[in-house]
Each structure stands twice: as structure tokens, then as C-alpha cells.
Ligand binder design. Structure first.
Ligand code: C5P
Length: 240
């Protein structure tokens, strides 16, 4: 199931590899975030990429353009399939990142990674935004940053379930939308710390290109079975 990405939010490379071995073939790829990358380093990305897995390296780069471009080049060389940066780093930063991804991939003869932007972290609400000097409603800030990302040549954005349909309507069918916050339906389990959630099929119906699922699969007694159930739900949603 190409659209289903699993967040390998586990503390060690050993656990990540074990999960990936159990899930390979049932899912579309694996997300490696700050926890696992900081603990285990790039070897986990290289190892999964060498096994043919699609790796979404979720490190949310945000720095001056030259530094982000160098980090994106390094992530491309590792074999990451998808990489993200913060859109709030600005247009020049995103353009430098996109250019670095293209240049590195072409020099190394590999497909260019998908480069996507984080707009407004879902942990921030209107009050938190205004404390940081942003006085527009959250959805306005999200669409403003998504537009900046598209204009800078990025392939898409990470979006909460609530933002997905607005972004799909505004930015067209070719803009990738990666949606976490999946709960309910086949992704039962408790909501954990996710507040505004959707089921996998609702997110796909709202226009998500990929959904990211962590705990409902990773913490399930049988992760493969849990992933297969979600994949089945997505398949039936696509068939409708
Ligand atoms: O366990 P759960 O399904 O909530 O995991 C979702 C994954 O997506 C986690 O790795 C989390 O960090 C990430 N994520 C998120 N919400 C965002 C962006 C990323 O939950 N807005």
C-alpha cells in the first residue's frame, strides 16, 4: 500500500529494523524522525534504503539557506526518498533546498527525493502563533506557507487532517500532501496526544497523498496485522 507510511518512532535501530522487516511489503515506506535519527544516526537510513525501502527523513530542517541546502544534499546522498524542511525558513531557503536535492540526485544518478514543507506545527494554536507575532488564523498561515513552498518548487506539504482538503483544493492534484494524525477506523487504538484526528479513509478522501501512522501500528500487538487493516481501509476508500 503505497500511500501508507509508518513512523518508526522507536528508540533503537534494532527495534526499527525489526519493525521494518515485519511491515515490508504491506506498507509504502517508513518515516524516521528526530528521536531515532539522533539516537542512531544515518546508518539506519542507509540500511533501510539499501533494502529498497522508501525512507521519509522527517528532520524538519530550518536554518540559513546554505546550511539547509547542505543538509538536504547529505540526506539525498543517504538515499532518503522524502525529506522535509520548515516553510517558515523562507523562500530562498526552500529554493536552495530544492536545488540541492535535484543537483545531488542527478550527480549521483538517483531519483530526486520528494521535498516537502512543514507549514504550522499542529501543536501550535492561534494563541501560540500570536505570541510569536503571527496574528492570522492558523489556516490562513498554513495556506500562506504552503503557497510559498509551491512557488519555491517544493513537491508538497505536511498537513493535519483538518487542513488537507483546503490545501488539496487550493494547490491542485500534483501537490503532495502528507497527513499524520490518523486515528479511528482501522487505526483504532487510543488517540494518544493527537487531538484533531481522522480515519485513514477520511484523510485519503480529503485529498491526502500519503498518510503517516505511528502508534496504532508500532504499538499494536501485531504491527503487520494492524498495518494490513489500515491498508485495506485505504484500498476500499480509493475504490469508492
Ligand atoms: O503515533 P502517531 O500516529 O501519532 O504518529 C504520528 C507521527 O507523525 C509522529 O512521528 C509525529 O511526530 C508525526 N507528526 C504528527 N503531527 C504532525 C507532524 C508530524 O503527528 N503535524
Amino acid at each position: 500500500m503505497d500511500q501508507l507510511l509508518i513512523a518508526l518512532d522507536v528508540p533503537t535501530g534494532g527495534e526499527a529494523l525489526q519493525l521494518a522487516d515485519a511491515l515490508r511489503g504491506s506498507v509504502g515506506g517508513f518515516k524516521i524522525g528526530n528521536q531515532l535519527f539522533t539516537a542512531e544516526g544515518p546508518v539506519i537510513v542507509r540500511t533501510l534504503a539499501a533494502k529498497g525501502d522508501r525512507v521519509f527523513l522527517d528532520l524538519k530542517f530550518h536554518d540559513i539557506p546554505n546550511t539547509v541546502a547542505s543538509a538536504v544534499a547529505a540526506a539525498t546522498s543517504l538515499g532518503a526518498w522524502m525529506i522535509n524542511v520548515h516553510a517558515s525558513g523562507g523562500s530562498t531557503m526552500m529554493q536552495a533546498a530544492a536545488e540541492a536535492a535535484r543537483r545531488t540526485a542527478s550527480a549521483e544518478g538517483r531519483p530526486a527525493p520528494r521535498l516537502i514543507a512543514v507549514t504550522v506545527l499542529t501543536s501550535l494554536n492561534a494563541t501560540a502563533l500570536s505570541q510569536a507575532g503571527v496574528n492570522s488564523p492558523v489556516i490562513e498561515q498554513v495556506t500562506r506557507l504552503a503557497r510559498l513552498a509551491q512557488q519555491a518548487g517544493l513537491d508538497g506539504v505536511v498537513a493535519s487532517p483538518q487542513e488537507t482538503s483546503v490545501i488539496r483544493a487550493l494547490f491542485g492534484p500534483d501537490f503532495s500532501i502528507v497527513t499524520p494524525g490518523i486515528r479511528g477506523g482501522a487505526a483504532a487504538a487510543s488517540k494518544n496526544d493527537q487531538e484533531r484526528t481522522m480515519t485513514a479513509s477520511e484523510a485519503i478522501a480529503a485529498g491526502a497523498s500519503y498518510i503517516v501512522v505511528g502508534r496504532p501500528v508500532v504499538a499494536a500487538p501485531d504491527p503487520r496485522e494492524a498495518a494490513e487493516k489500515i491498508a485495506k481501509e485505504i484500498r476500499s476508500s480509493l475504490a469508492r
